[in-house]
Design a protein around this ligand. Structure first.
Ligand SMILES: [Zn+2]
Length: 420
């Protein structure tokens, strides 16, 4: 029997995403223009030769970047109300750094450096310690930009600032505000400045704290690690298991710690919904969210990472199964990377990188082309939500612009501030 509650839930669920009516696969043509009668503009974008569509992504991304800079920096008169990467000015700086990596335009690097400087002042008293929502993101990006600009003095300034960050005793473990988000910033520095920039003598004790807390809250016998944020045992990338496991896999772990990470992922796979989606928190039976922050997309990126780190096919198979849910229910009525189409497109890019299967590249391209073709119109018609912070990296068109830049070299794409 279908209860009234279930009907309401089904309706709510359908309200969250557009039905995906795009073909499961379209081979690209070698023709610059699709033959007459092939159909609508989206269908045409799906079959264009890749270099042609990549050029469209690039042009649109660079136009969007200008709009984003004007609205998040130009109008603010450089007084920042929000310095964070998630919804604030550091997100614009991160997009400019990406644009610089694509075009090598020094103006982007200089403007990025100027914005990070303003973020540095705005975040100096912040109690938050992570890459995405805290001071670590400002100091880490500042150091990497200084390195690219060849400014040794500035590089050493930001590294010193980074090393002065202290984690409060009551800091949570999750990615947006907790230990995992601080460790991610350490990995970002080690990748871009050089191995050992932040040594394991600094990261090791933080890893130990996470493992200790995780084991303390584990439900003995079934899931080796469990965490709480604001009283809830979240599973997703932003506040829960997926995000914490993702970061731990990038750290030096002892064999028993590795086994606990694997066991935690196996527990999640075993207890996913019958639809293939993942609950947003422990014990939840509400199969609604297909977001990076909550649900299958964030978990998919973590499972791809597990396949890369541990090998074998159990984690890859689970990642591919989660990818099917995202293809069906991931064409969300929002643009951003946290809980929008752009973020969900990254899961296919990640699967493509790991498997080399061009069907995943097609799926990423389909989600990105849907945005390229329709996002503007759907937002202005009120059929799609432009985000509470419409120009931001995580909730707004900043994330879409970042995705379009990543679509130029899809094999090199990485979910911003999450994949390295
Ligand atoms: Zn979200």
């Amino acid at each position: 029997m279908i209860s009234e509650r279930n009907i309401k839930r089904k309706r709510e669920m359908a309200d969250r995403f557009f039905p995906n009516e795009m073909p499961d696969f379209v081979a690209e043509t070698t023709e610059e223009t699709a033959p007459e009668g092939v159909g609508d503009s989206l269908r045409k974008l799906l079959s264009l030769p890749y270099p042609t569509v990549a050029e469209k992504f690039k042009r649109t991304a660079l136009d969007l970047k200008e709009t984003i800079v004007t609205n998040t920096w130009g109008f603010s008169r450089r007084r920042l109300s929000d310095f964070t990467l998630y919804t604030g000015a550091l997100g614009t700086a991160f997009l400019l750094f990406k644009a610089y990596q694509v075009t090598k335009n020094k103006n982007d690097l200089n403007l990025c450096s100027e914005i990070v400087k303003a973020c540095d002042s705005a975040s100096s008293g912040s109690k938050y310690v992570t890459f995405i929502c805290g001071r670590a993101g400002v100091c880490a990006l500042g150091a990497v930009i200084a390195k690219h600009a060849g400014d040794e003095r500035l590089l050493s300034y930001y590294l010193t600032q980074f090393k002065e960050i202290k984690l409060p005793n009551d800091v949570p473990n999750e990615l947006l505000y907790g230990r995992a988000g601080f460790l991610w910033a350490c990995s970002f520095l080690n990748k871009h400045i050089g191995e050992g920039t932040i040594p394991s003598t600094r990261t090791g004790p933080v890893v130990n704290e996470i493992i200790k807390d995780g084991r303390r809250l584990s439900n003995k016998g079934s899931c080796p690690l469990m965490f709480e944020w604001h009283g809830k045992k979240y599973w997703g990338a932003a506040h829960g298991l997926a995000g914490i496991m993702h970061v731990l896999m990038g750290m030096e772990l002892k064999p028993d710690e590795q086994e606990d990470v694997k066991g935690t992922l196996r527990y999640m796979i075993k207890n996913r919904f019958s639809s293939g989606n993942y609950p947003s928190s422990e014990g939840s039976d509400n199969d609604r969210l297909v977001h990076w922050c909550h649900g299958a997309p964030g978990v998919t990126l973590t499972l791809v990472k597990a396949a890369e780190v541990f090998g074998g096919d159990e984690f890859l198979k689970a990642a591919e199964a989660a990818g099917e849910v995202i293809w069906k229910r991931g064409l969300l009525k929002r643009v951003g990377i946290c809980h929008g189409i752009s973020g969900n497109a990254y899961t296919f890019l990640s699967l493509y990188r790991q498997t080399g299967n061009v069907e995943y590249l097609y799926r990423a391209r389909a989600f990105a082309c849907f945005l390229l073709d329709r996002a503007n119109r759907l937002i202005s018609e009120g059929k799609m939500h432009g985000g509470d912070r419409p120009y931001s990296l995580f909730e707004g068109i900043g994330g879409m612009a970042y995705l379009f830049l990543d679509m130029i070299e899809p094999a090199e794409a990485r979910f911003p501030a999450y994949e390295l």
